[in-house]
Design a protein around this ligand. Structure first.
Ligand SMILES: [Zn+2]
Length: 110
């Protein structure tokens, strides 16, 4: 069975003071950006969700762009009800999240 191939290793650990708290960067806000579910392991998704939640950050990602992508997400994340569920269970689908290119939502995702 194919395995998710993370685009990056586990990210850094955030420790205060954060760069965005300095007045010099008042107009710049960080956004947690997993490329899409297939580029992340569940461990990485957990870590990114924790960073977003613990720091009240916005999130952006991509979801359900093609039928092939949706099918592969179902194959690689069999314990989740849907593509949306993958992000939801990792705290990456919040009122501060933007999911782009959702061209193939299915079931409850539609
Ligand atoms: Zn996209």
């Amino acid at each position: 069975m194919a395995q998710p191939r993370p685009a990056t290793s586990l990210p850094f650990t955030l420790t205060p003071p954060y760069c965005w708290e300095k007045s010099l960067y008042a107009l710049v806000k960080p956004v947690v950006t997993p490329r899409f579910a297939l580029s992340c392991t569940t461990k990485l998704l957990d870590h990114l969700g924790e960073i977003a939640k613990n720091n009240d950050l916005h999130i952006q990602s991509h979801i359900s762009e093609t039928k092939a992508e949706v099918n592969l997400v179902h194959e690689l994340f069999p314990d989740y009800k849907s593509y949306t569920d993958v992000y939801l269970k990792h705290n990456l689908l919040t009122n501060k999240a933007l999911q782009r290119h959702a061209g193939r939502p299915q079931g409850p995702e539609a």
